[in-house]
Design a protein around this ligand. Structure first.
Ligand SMILES: Nc1ncnc2c1ncn2[C@@H]1O[C@H](COP(=O)(O)OP(=O)(O)OP(=O)(O)O)[C@@H](O)[C@H]1O
Ligand SMILES: [Mg+2]
Length: 319
């Protein structure tokens, strides 16, 4: 990559597939569901507004500690520059991603949104600052364990050559056909059943998903991410190739998962931005503001301009 022969997206895809293939998520999701069951058995805890569960994460030093899910994330004074780049992609940025909510990172193209997600997914280490998850620095946590409860949906929806099943289970045979079909139905991908001779799950996707449309690839990537029951779901422009109605369906689906997981996506489209509970505004590697939509419309001129430009565009179209 430093020599310019490997693109960031390719590196992301490689790491993503490697991490998925090399470690099974089953143990973690079983732990989560058994803890959820025991928690739901406690009447006192039923009064809790949000279901809180915990999984064990082994940090580098071998000790274990509890991570509360859905997790709260904090970026603190993060600066980062890509290898061989003189200027910083992120300049001393701090912001929060609240637990069990949808956070949208918005702002100009090249502003640093994808880079923030890359930090969160630990594709890169920041040169300074820290990212904490429930107060614990993520750099202290065992990487493969950490990745087991984070799902990442890439901006380019990278797929593997093979079948829909291959792309959903990523080699983990513990998922039932029913679970996978439910995930496909949720994202509205049943249209891919092209012949009655084979199951939808055995439908080939072509070389690296070439026989699917951009929106179908995106929906398959989202189905895969949800199937793995992450505690933290990180998505880079997850609905950019979708039509308005499909986008609405996906965002509604994500909203139903809100309390079980912390969701953070980057977004340019107004409809996706407005679905977020918390918005972080980034421009030229700096955080300009963070907060709820209404509050930002009053306090952040840049955000207001970003939103107004899209509202004006819709007005022009509808007149
Ligand atoms: N692999 C890389 N190597 C060097 N510089 C990079 C790399 N990836 C991104 N950058 C630079 O880092 C800065 C932030 O890029 P980033 O991809 O985070 O922007 P973004 O906000 O996601 O933009 P967009 O909305 O277009 O996706 C940009 O100046 C970009 O040119
Ligand atoms: Mg980006």
């Amino acid at each position: 990559m430093a020599k310019g022969t490997l693109q960031f997206a390719d590196l992301v895809a490689f790491i993503m597939y490697f991490s998925y293939f090399s470690s099974s998520i089953t143990g973690i999701s079983q732990t989560i569901s058994s803890i959820q069951e025991s928690i739901t058995g406690e009447t006192r805890l039923q009064e809790l507004e949000r279901e809180v569960t915990s999984i064990e994460v082994s940090p580098r030093n071998g000790a274990t500690q509890k991570i509360i899910v859905p997790p709260q994330i904090n970026f603190k004074e993060i600066s980062f520059h890509y290898p061989d780049c003189r200027s910083n992609a992120l300049n001393n940025i701090s912001f929060s991603i609240p637990a069990g909510k949808i956070t949208a990172i918005v702002g100009s193209s090249g502003g640093g949104k994808t880079t923030c997600l890359g930090m969160l997914e630990r594709f890169y280490e920041p040169q300074s600052g820290s990212i904490t998850i429930n107060g614990e620095e993520i750099s202290n946590l065992n990487l493969s364990t950490y990745r087991n409860y984070v799902s990442y949906v890439d901006q380019n929806s990278v797929l593997a050559t093979g079948t829909i099943r291959d792309n959903l289970d990523l080699g983990d045979v513990s998922y039932s056909d029913q679970e996978m079909m439910t995930a496909l139905r949720q994202v509205g991908l049943t249209e891919l059943a092209r012949t009655s001779r084979r199951s939808l799950l055995d439908e080939p996707v072509g070389e690296q998903g070439l026989s699917l449309s951009g929106g179908q690839k995106q929906r398959l990537s989202i189905a895969r991410a949800l199937l793995h029951h992450p505690s933290l779901l990180v998505m880079d422009e997850p609905t950019s190739s979708l039509d308005g109605l499909s986008e609405q369906k996906i965002i509604d689906l994500l909203t139903t998962h809100k309390n079980e997981l912390t969701l953070c996506y980057t977004a340019h489209r107004l409809s996706t931005i407005l679905k977020a509970d918390w918005i972080v505004v980034i421009d030229h590697g700096k955080v300009l503001a963070e907060g709820e939509h209404k509050q930002l419309m009053k306090s952040c001129d840049y955000y207001k301009a970003l939103i107004t430009s899209q509202v004006d565009k819709y007005k022009t179209i509808s007149n």
